[in-house]
Design a protein around this ligand. Structure first.
Ligand code: ATP
Length: 601
């Protein structure tokens, strides 16, 4: 398959402004793709060479060396490229222009290189992989030479997108749900196919693998797909409620209640003595936790499994739990073995999804728990989450208070009974979180996606000082604006923000963004931040839950304040518009009777 086809689609994708067109174009591209390279094309569409969970190296070519490669490929000196870059602001576009000039002046023929042999997807993929996997002494020169060779052979449009790919600038904007929809349109024909594909993807979060399975065996075959050790499962998520009585009712009056630990979620896979740890975002974090790898291999019995739990920092003397921030300190240490000593951790397991080739996601929680309990040898480091079974509100409340005084964040209330399966990739009422209060009127914080930025005035004149934030609507796979956040940032964070946003700035609104408000700059929807606010209110300025509460108005967060970046969340993991609606509906009654309309947010 010719790489040119992909470059042409990327070019078209840049110019569209709606999610519908985006999926239609992607479906079209997938239809035109040779079956043999469908997995590779799916990764390339997402700006990747392979799924993140493999933990393979990135391309490793910084801007300076990228310019060197462009210089070699286009026979232009580096200074001229840098100058052009300053005026154009996009190295991909710079390369396209230089290549076109070269082509028009016939310099290619003169240099003995012609474009008669066009690039194939296989070649491009294999050279890019080689660039990424080259390490050690002399690797930098080799990377530059390989890339220059590739750019030399590319036509102007291909070169533009190759440069963007190397810069990591394609790695934005096209989420997994968009690709899933495109796959359903291209190969399935309709809603039922969508559901089958999505289920398969929830059990094996590798889009390339799913695309390959579809073209090789057909959609129907996906129905019997099981989780596989080594490929992450999309995590099951919890709903939230603040009232213990209501929670107990929701789960049918009886529940298994776990401590809700304040650490890092870990999905741990074992296959043939190899242990892998995946984060909440399904990134490979094995190298950060050699201690956990050792504990699991020593104390969890079985040849092949997928288990899930929370890694929590503990005090080495007292064994007491420490807050999440301690884990962050550990992550910042460059010497991992020193970090292990200074910030020891324990693992609290709460689920099992695969055991010795048997799929446990379809079995009830009680069965999963029994198995989990039975495969852990007694030890001080790996335990099943502290839990009780409750059937009345009093017991639930007292366990909640006990959890908090032991340093947990609250409790997770989990439904039991035969339907209480592991719902991979879904946020549902089988798990409900009850957290200690956040000292604000909003019962919980929200995680929102940055979709734009506004310049400040005065001291921060000309610099970004507030952000336009959005919630995620999974039904339409779009981001709906919900507030403008201007407080909670330190000066340092603001400076960093400036840099961060400039790298993902867009000329026009992203096709997956839905906003009435026009920020000073639009950005790719990639960053997620935790925000707290005073309350949810009706706002004619925002599109979140537009028309659902009041005609021509949406919902917004009043007095939003930035708390921290949520690097462990992808944009599609952000708080959903349904959750915002739910939070709005749960607010004290008076607000429901006479909605607060806030024009200022
Ligand atoms: P979510 O993961 O639901 O999107 P979040 O990342 O903002 O939300 P929380 O609202 O704190 O996290 O709640 C869910 C998280 O709680 C889980 O992702 C998991 O990491 C953690 N957790 C701690 N203890 C447990 C437990 N016993 N069972 C399930 N999850 C637990």
């Amino acid at each position: 398959m010719q790489f040119k086809v992909i470059a042409e689609y990327f070019d078209k994708l840049e110019k569209i402004s709606s999610r519908l067109q985006l999926t239609a174009l992607l479906a079209d591209l997938l239809n035109k793709t040779d079956r043999s390279v469908i997995d590779k094309v799916v990764y390339l569409i997402q700006g990747k060479l392979w799924p993140d969970f493999l933990g393979y190296p990135e391309l490793g070519i910084g801007e300076k060396f990228l310019i060197k490669a462009i210089s070699i490929a286009t026979a232009t000196d580096e200074n001229s490229i840098e100058n052009l870059y300053k005026t154009v602001g996009d190295l991909g576009e710079v390369t396209r222009r230089l290549k076109s000039k070269q082509q028009n002046s016939g310099i290619l023929g003169f240099l003995g290189t012609t474009n008669t042999e066009s690039l194939t997807v296989e070649e491009v993929y294999s050279i890019l992989s080689k660039i990424a996997l080259t390490t050690g002494e002399g690797s930098r020169d080799l990377k530059i030479r390989l890339l220059a060779g590739l750019l030399k052979r590319a036509d102007p449009l291909e070169a533009k997108f190759l440069v963007r790919f190397v810069e990591g600038r394609l790695r934005v904007g096209i989420g997994d749900a968009t690709v899933l929809d495109a796959l359903a349109i291209a190969f399935g024909g309709g809603q039922s196919a969508s559901e089958i594909i999505e289920r398969a993807y929830n059990l094996r979060a590798d889009l390339g693998n799913i695309a390959k399975a579809i073209v090789e065996h057909g959609i129907e075959a996906l129905k019997s797909l099981k989780p596989e050790a080594g490929i992450p499962i999309r995590p099951m998520l919890a709903e939230r409620l603040a009232d213990p009585e209501e929670i107990l009712k929701k789960v049918g009056g009886i529940a298994l209640v776990d401590y809700k630990y304040d650490g890092e979620r870990a999905q741990i896979h074992k296959k043939n003595d190899k242990i892998l740890i995946f984060s909440r975002r399904l990134e490979n974090i094995t190298s950060q936790y050699p201690d956990i790898v050792e504990y699991v291999s020593k104390y969890v019995n079985g040849n092949e499994f997928i288990i899930e739990g929370e890694i929590v920092a503990v005090d080495p003397e007292s064994g007491e739990m420490k807050p999440f921030q301690e884990l962050m300190h550990r992550k910042r240490k460059s010497d991992i073995y020193e970090a292990i000593k200074e910030y020891p951790v324990n693992l609290f397991l709460f689920d099992i999804m695969l055991y010795n080739n048997e799929d446990y996601t379809t079995k009830p929680l009680e069965v999963r728990r029994q198995l989990l309990e039975s495969i852990i040898s007694p030890n001080d480091y790996v335990k099943v989450a502290h839990h009780i079974q409750v059937n009345n509100v009093e017991d639930l409340k007292s366990f909640f208070y006990q959890a908090i005084s032991d340093g947990a964040e609250g409790v997770m209330v989990k439904a039991i009974g035969k339907d209480a399966i592991y719902q991979a990739g879904a946020r549902g009422w089988l798990w409900i979180k009850l957290k200690r209060d956040y000292q604000s009127e909003m019962a919980d914080t929200v995680d929102l996606v940055v979709i734009g930025g506004f310049y400040g005035k005065g001291k921060r004149g000309g610099k970004i000082s507030s952000l336009l934030m959005a919630a995620y609507n999974p039904k339409t796979d779009t981001f709906e604006s919900v507030c403008k956040v201007a407080s909670g940032f330190s000066d340092e964070q603001l400076d960093e923000l400036q840099k961060k946003l400039m790298e993902i700035k867009r000329e026009i609104k992203h096709p997956r963004v839905n906003s009435k408000m026009e920020p000073d700059i639009w950005v790719e929807p990639v960053y997620v931040a935790e925000i707290v606010g005073a309350e949810i209110t009706i706002s004619p300025l925002h599109t979140c839950c537009q028309n659902l509460v009041v005609k021509d108005a949406g919902l917004s967060i009043r007095f939003p304040r930035f708390i921290r970046w949520r690097e462990d969340k992808s944009p599609e993991d952000a708080t959903t518009t349904d959750e915002i609606l739910e939070m709005y509906n749960k607010q004290p009654k008076k607000k429901l009777e006479s909605p607060t309309v806030d024009e200022s947010v």
